[in-house]
Design a binder for this molecule. Structure first.
Ligand code: GLA
Length: 770
């Protein structure tokens, strides 16, 4: 809801309010952004007052001698008129660099979704506040989108040149927010390939903290999501603010704690590699930033963000639409496959209960390794006689949907595409372009390249019954031609043009975002592609970190996770299939090991996992994830997915220790304390090999550890885990917790011992009793 009572605007969502004011010399400020207030008439009591200007401060103007831009809680800050913070907007005109934007007018209107970069859909209203610098001939429109139910606002700027000469934009953050400081802690998500989304909490100090990407992609170095929160004991308490950007290129987030202990936060395009020239009447629109507040700490904030992405970011056709269980052949075969291998995997996948078969890299051109064929999107008939159609038809007969992998933005030097269009790649005309994973980047700023990508992808999709496309992007960007300039921005906008054409034409195809795992995991990509391959790391411990930290800003439905071979390709860590499932099931489940090699016992295990997942899929894909113990901080991880009255509790052990403490299922989440909840653990399979030579304590014949007989036995029989089930009130579960079986402590095994082992896990389904 948006209300106006001069000089105030009150923007309200279900639980939050924002007061904007132009009382002080017509400067646009944010005087309050916190819990929902009752009335716009509270505004004068909530805004900051300035009886005197202090010491060395610069007065706003003759009419406002007691006000300085430097103290104002500005909604956009410029340079040259007394504000000495890092500006959020830097414009250079022929008259110089000083900008003085003052309130001119406003409009409340239906949201406009037709921007060069994605806009979250289904906003209730849009407020446009027009600011002008008459002397400079510049108009800046500050836009506010309201997503009432999710407690989220969207913000972007529209900059119009009304000057006769050129105006150059050097920096234009989409959002600046000024807040009184409360000793906030900033949560940063940083990472690298196979180790994305690590969390770091930083106590803000005076000065500027900044991080972002200049890799051309949003990158996994620093995810655009950022949170600040009070340093409270409980994750469910205190103020928490979250920010994110609907943009997939270079971005920058800044937190400046100034000498008056006012906090200014910015998010937007990274100015380092950006410059945009506006001629008379030209305009530039920044990407949309989103911001959210919760008084329920990081839990409340992350739930706002998760719900918002599910309801307003992912394409409406896919919002809350159940996602299929996938099998993908990448880790099983890499480039080494032929038709009969693929059909063998398909047949096995169908018997396991998989719903969608995805053929990964290597099906096209001369692509038998990663140095050839990228860009040549014709099926390799030597490997796959009958082409994609034959495979899609076979999948259909087996009751499976069929999907493929493509990496449409890239080209190998060894390809027909490069031979015929060497000038289509990013290059500056002077240097030899540099390669990453043996490939160059196509210049998506060029219309002919956009058309080529669109045509190639759509003709592949039309060539067979293909209902899924994993869209990869395996290197960061280099060799921009006009730099400093807007080449990298134009490249991203070019990509969005292609994506919007494709998703419009193929609304029923499920697109999965991937960039060597999570190297472009952002809200821009999720606006087109409703799910994302989170990481090339399929090790369950690493995935608990990645998925758990992603949940601060992103929902389960976008996290695509596969159970892979027991020995992780990336970490060489050995974990059971069940432990891998316990983590992978939080989100969109898939499989990636060579299922052709599964023995009887393993086949049984996978079948029962898929059956269990299907029975709880809505909860695991659309529940809100709360991580109330992070495994990387101690020896235990605790996840909880919650949807209405159902919950899935995930318990993870890092390493087995002697003398384990009493096991308790404590649910640190607002349950109904007077209601009763029934819970039941999923029974896991424990390999007889887990006991090593101790198996001889019960075996009638002598079995050698690692011997042929024990191996053979493990293919046909297993041990069953304990099954804790019972009933407890919300009150008990939220406090002391329900007792769960004694963890293995070195002696004796029975169905009341919880043998989790190193990197083990357990799942407990909890449901409120009617
Ligand atoms: C990237 C992806 C993998 C796989 C390979 C194929 O690394 O992240 O999942 O698709 O490319 O080359």
């Amino acid at each position: 809801m948006i209300e106006f009572k001069e000089p105030y605007f009150l923007l309200s969502t279900k639980n939050t309010s924002m007061i904007l004011s132009f009382k002080r010399g017509k400067k646009l400020t944010c005087e309050y952004y916190s819990s929902r207030i009752v009335s716009i008439d509270e505004a004068p009591s909530l805004e900051k007052d300035f009886p005197f200007n202090q010491g060395t401060s610069i007065a706003l103007d003759k009419e406002n001698p007691s006000i300085s831009e430097d103290y104002l809680k500005l909604e956009l800050s410029t340079y040259g008129r007394g504000d000495y913070h890092d500006p959020s907007l830097i414009l250079v005109g022929k008259e110089g660099t000083s900008i003085d934007l003052r309130y001119d007018s406003f409009e409340i209107r239906e949201p406009n979704y037709d921007l060069p970069t994605p806009v979250p859909h289904d906003a209730k209203e849009e407020l446009v506040i027009v600011l002008k610098d008459e002397k400079m001939g510049v108009v800046v429109k500050s836009h506010y989108l309201v997503y009432e139910e999710k407690d989220v606002f969207g913000r972007y700027l529209e900059i119009v040149n009304e000057n006769d000469g050129e105006v150059i934009i050097k920096k234009a953050s989409s959002c600046l927010l000024s807040l009184p400081n409360k000793d906030y802690v900033l949560t940063n998500l940083y990472g690298g390939w196979a180790g994305e989304l690590n969390r770091e909490d930083i106590k803000l100090k005076h000065g500027i903290y900044s991080r972002g990407s200049n890799a051309g992609l949003s990158s996994c170095r620093y995810n655009p999501f950022m949170m600040i929160h009070e340093d409270r004991h409980s994750i469910n308490e205190g103020d928490a603010y979250g920010f994110n950007l609907l943009y997939s290129g270079n971005h920058l987030e800044e937190a400046e704690l100034d000498t008056f202990s006012m906090l200014r936060l910015q998010i937007g395009i990274n100015p380092l590699l950006f410059e945009k020239s506006l001629q008379k009447e030209d305009k530039f629109v920044t990407p949309v930033a989103i911001l959210s507040y919760s008084s329920h700490g990081e839990t409340g904030l992350s739930h706002n963000m998760q719900g918002f992405v599910d309801d307003h970011v992912v394409p409406p056709e896919w919002s809350h639409k159940v996602r299929p269980v996938v099998y993908n052949n990448w880790e099983a075969t890499m480039f080494k496959f032929n038709k009969s291998k693929i059909i063998g995997l398909m047949k096995k996948a169908a018997t396991l209960g998989v719903e969608l078969f995805v053929l990964d890299d290597g099906w096209f051109g001369s692509r038998n390794d990663d140095s050839h064929g990228l860009g040549d999107w014709d099926v390799n008939k030597k490997k796959l006689p009958g082409g994609l159609k034959a495979l899609a038809d076979k999948a259909d007969k087996l009751g499976l949907k069929f999907g493929i992998w493509m990496e449409p933005e890239m080209v190998n030097e060894n390809s027909n595409l490069f031979a015929s269009h060497p000038d289509w790649i990013l290059h500056d005309g002077i240097h030899t372009p540099v390669e990453g994973r043996n490939q160059f980047v196509l210049d998506l700023a060029k219309e002919e390249v956009q058309d080529f990508i669109y045509d190639s992808v759509s003709s592949v999709l039309k060539s067979a019954n293909i209902s899924f496309l994993k869209w990869d992007c395996n290197r960061s960007l280099t060799d921009f031609a006009y730099m400093p300039g807007n080449h990298s921005y134009d490249w991203v906008v070019g990509l969005y043009k292609v994506l919007s054409r494709l998703v419009k034409e193929f609304p029923c195809v499920l697109f999965e975002n991937c960039a060597s795992g999570g190297n472009r995991f952002d809200l821009g990509m999720l606006s087109y592609f409703p799910q994302s391959w989170m990481s090339d790391d399929t090790d369950s411990y690493q995935r608990q970190i990645i998925q758990g930290n992603a949940a601060l800003g992103y929902p389960l439905s976008v996290m695509s996770n596969h159970v892979a071979a027991k020995t992780s390709n990336q970490m060489l860590r050995l974990t059971s299939f069940d432990s891998k499932f316990d983590t992978a099931c939080f989100g969109v489940l898939g499989y990636e090991m060579d299922i052709g090699e599964l023995n009887g016992m393993e086949t049984k295990i996978l079948k029962s996992q898929i059956e269990y997942y299907k029975a709880h899929r809505e909860l695991l894909q659309f529940g809100k994830l709360t991580v109330f113990k992070r495994i990387e901080e101690g020896n235990e991880g605790r996840f909880l997915a919650s949807l209405n009255d159902e919950h899935m509790f995930g318990l993870f052990r890092k390493i087995q220790l002697p003398n384990p403490p009493e096991g308790r299922m404590v649910v640190d989440y607002p349950l109904d304390k007077n209601a009763l909840y029934e819970y039941e653990e999923r029974q896991e399979s424990i390999s007889v090999k887990k006991f090593g030579h101790l198996v001889n304590m019960i075996s009638p014949i002598k079995l050698k550890e690692d011997g042929y007989l024990l191996n053979l036995l493990s293919h046909h029989m297993d041990m069953k885990s304990e099954v804790d089930k019972g009933m407890a009130s919300g009150s008990a579960l939220m406090n002391q917790g329900a007792f769960i079986s004694q963890e293995w402590s070195g002696v004796g095994y029975s169905d009341r011992i919880r043998l989790m082992g190193d990197f083990g896990g357990r799942l407990y389904y909890i449901k409120k009793k009617e």
